[in-house]
Write a protein that binds this ligand. Structure first.
Ligand SMILES: Nc1ncnc2c1ncn2[C@@H]1O[C@H](COP(=O)(O)OP(=O)(O)OP(=O)(O)O)[C@@H](O)[C@H]1O
Ligand SMILES: [Mg+2]
Length: 575
């Protein structure tokens, strides 16, 4: 009963092949994906020397018939695809019949496999000279693949590898991402006989996220669910309180078809469309150049998603990228806004948050639990800012307040900016941002590229109350100014907006451009650091802060307020 067959030559030519085994993590990725495609419930990975000396991947999946085990090492031999049409609805992680031969080309491989109905297991050995049967063996049902002497015959590639600890780090990252999509499967990783990662099977995605992110971070996650244009989005996003220097915790997965087939909810991909949509969903909540934590699964109908575009299957192509953006960005935005609103149910006390990456290598970690530094939703003043007692202004820009057993510090500029920004947005949605015509239209000189950016984003400008048009290559003629800026330097404002928009580039979505323009208007129209506020002005600001949807961050993503509880304050004095 053979399952594996060579792909027809015509199909071979259509596969985005050319798998390059770059490092131990590439081997582990392919072998673990094979285990999951074989329906494994438990997958074990053992490394020696970061995988450079040896990698063993053991699964309890369906195993292979003896003749299939031999054929598995032939190029284009697969049990997962028979014709090109099936690619449009492929549900397995593999489909090319490339991985095993590619690994055997750069290492010594020994495969032992047994189906549960077979009395014994068969062994196959393979390397760059070919593959051959290596007798029978005693083994439990499932498949074990041992990969030794990686790149021994390709020293040039070996030279590019880092230390064992770095390679181990890549394997941990990879396995973590894969495991998140398959919570009901157990995973274990050991290095030189010591356990590095242990993820027993759990029921649901959130349980798996507790295992890999820690209880604190996972507990703060907000579920997301949305449907648009045939695509379905599910997953979790973290409140923007924690912002990382890289996108390494923005995990995006895709699959074809509504419900997952088997235990795999999706294929991890790094996709620019998805990442952009996630960041736009967090727009103004996360500082530029910083990244949130998000775990998202996108299900596409057959024919909408092409998984056959990248040699290592790490990238995909969507037939309608715009639909993805329209699904993801607003869905995230809505959930984040709702969860950050001051009326959100009370959570834990806030504490300081730092990004603490797990240490690999020398420090043995029994599980990859990133410190539970993360917090539930952040509310410096759970009962509202208006309930706080204003004590005074310090360092000419911060409001010192007290109430509800905590000291609250508010960045007056950031807070005012947030309030004005939300007000501008609300006005824009209703009657439009109020504006006044300039008595004499103002001609403002700008670099030609910025004039072009302003012309390109005329709608965004108009939405922000800045009407006008280019006047020659290096000049912009401004006819109106937002009322919020009455009497202020409009040329400086327009220059700032132009700089923002030209930095964004011309391809940016209209909504995002408008957001940027409104954020810049907000920033220019508000009280400055250094400006003295009287009691009445402070009171008005505190009241206004309670009226806006998202008070936690200014439109540039900086925090607006910070709080110190009584206990934390007493801790400073060792009480
Ligand atoms: N752990 C395993 N358990 C059962 N069958 C396996 C296992 N690993 C590989 N196979 C079989 O060997 C075949 C070849 O595996 P290989 O990884 O080379 O290709 P693939 O998974 O079909 O496609 P891709 O190259 O995209 O990974 C698979 O189609 C599958 O039938
Ligand atoms: Mg495979």
């Amino acid at each position: 009963m053979r399952k594996i067959a060579l792909l027809p030559v015509a199909v071979q030519g259509q596969i985005a092949a050319g798998e390059v085994i770059e490092r131990p993590a590439s081997v582990v990725k392919e072998l673990v994906e094979n285990a999951l495609d074989a329906g494994a419930h438990h997958v074990e990975v053992e490394l020696v020397g970061g995988g450079l000396e040896q990698i063993v991947v053991r699964d309890d999946g369906e195993g292979m018939a003896p003749e299939d085990a031999l054929l598995a090492f032939a190029r284009h031999a697969t049990s997962k695809l028979t014709c090109a049409e099936e690619l449009a609805r492929i549900a397995t992680l593999g489909f090319r019949g490339e991985a095993l031969p590619s690994i055997a080309a750069v290492a010594r491989v020994r495969l032992v496999t047994r189906r549960s109905a077979d009395p014994t297991a068969v062994a196959i050995e393979a390397n760059d000279t070919g593959h051959r049967p290596a007798g029978s063996a005693g083994a439990a049902p499932g498949t074990t693949i041992e990969v030794r002497e990686l790149f021994a015959t390709t020293p040039a590639r070996r030279k590019f590898l880092r230390t064992a600890a770095t390679e181990l780090g890549h394997v941990v990252d990879l396995l973590t991402r894969v495991a998140v999509a398959s919570p009901t499967v157990g995973f274990r990783l050991a290095q030189d006989g010591r356990e590095v990662l242990s993820l027993p099977p759990v029921r649901a995605l959130r349980d798996r996220l507790v295992q890999v992110l820690g209880r604190g971070r996972a507990g703060a996650l907000v579920p997301v669910e949305a449907v648009h244009g045939g695509y379905t989005l599910t997953g979790f996003v973290a409140p923007p309180r924690e912002q990382l220097a890289s996108a390494r915790l923005v995990w995006t997965y895709v699959r074809i078809g509504g419900e997952p087939v088997g235990a795999v909810a999706g294929r991890w991909v790094r996709d620019r469309v998805l990442l952009r949509a996630v960041l736009d969903g967090y727009a103004s909540l996360v500082q530029r150049g910083r990244y949130p934590i998000a775990v998202l699964f996108l299900a596409a109908p057959a024919g909408e998603l092409d998984v056959n575009v990248h040699p290592a299957k790490l990238e995909v192509r969507f037939r309608q990228p715009a639909a993805i953006h329209q699904l993801v960005a607003p869905a995230l935005r809505a959930r984040l806004t709702a969860s950050l609103a001051p009326t959100a149910p009370p959570g834990q006390e806030p504490t300081a948050v730092g990004e603490r990456p797990p240490a690999y290598g020398s420090v043995p970690t029994s599980t990859l639990t990133l410190e539970p530094a993360a917090l539930p939703l952040w509310r410096p003043a759970p009962r509202g800012f208006a309930s706080l007692r204003f004590i005074g202004q310090i360092f000419e820009g911060y409001l010192l307040c007290e109430g509800e057993g905590r000291v609250v510090l508010i960045d007056q500029h950031a807070a005012h900016e947030r309030v004005v920004y939300e007000r501008l947005h609300a006005e824009r949605r209703t009657q439009g941002v109020p504006r006044d015509p300039l008595l004499v239209p103002e001609t403002i000189e700008l670099p030609p590229a910025q004039v072009a950016a302003l012309a390109e984003h005329a709608t965004a400008l108009e939405a922000a109350g800045l009407e006008g048009e280019p006047f020659g290559a290096g000049t912009f003629l401004l006819r109106t100014t937002p009322r919020a800026l009455a009497g202020q330097d409009v040329a400086a404002l327009l220059r700032a907006v132009a700089a923002e928009l030209s930095e964004e580039g011309t391809s940016v979505a209209a909504d995002r451009a408008t957001d940027r323009a409104l954020a810049t208007v907000a920033c220019h129209s508000v009280v400055r650091v250094g400006q003295r506020l009287d009691d009445a002005q402070v009171r008005a600001l505190l009241v206004a802060m309670d009226g806006v949807e998202v008070v936690a961050h200014c439109p540039h993503g900086r925090p607006v307020a910070a709080a110190l509880t009584r206990t934390q304050l007493e801790g400073l004095f060792h009480r």
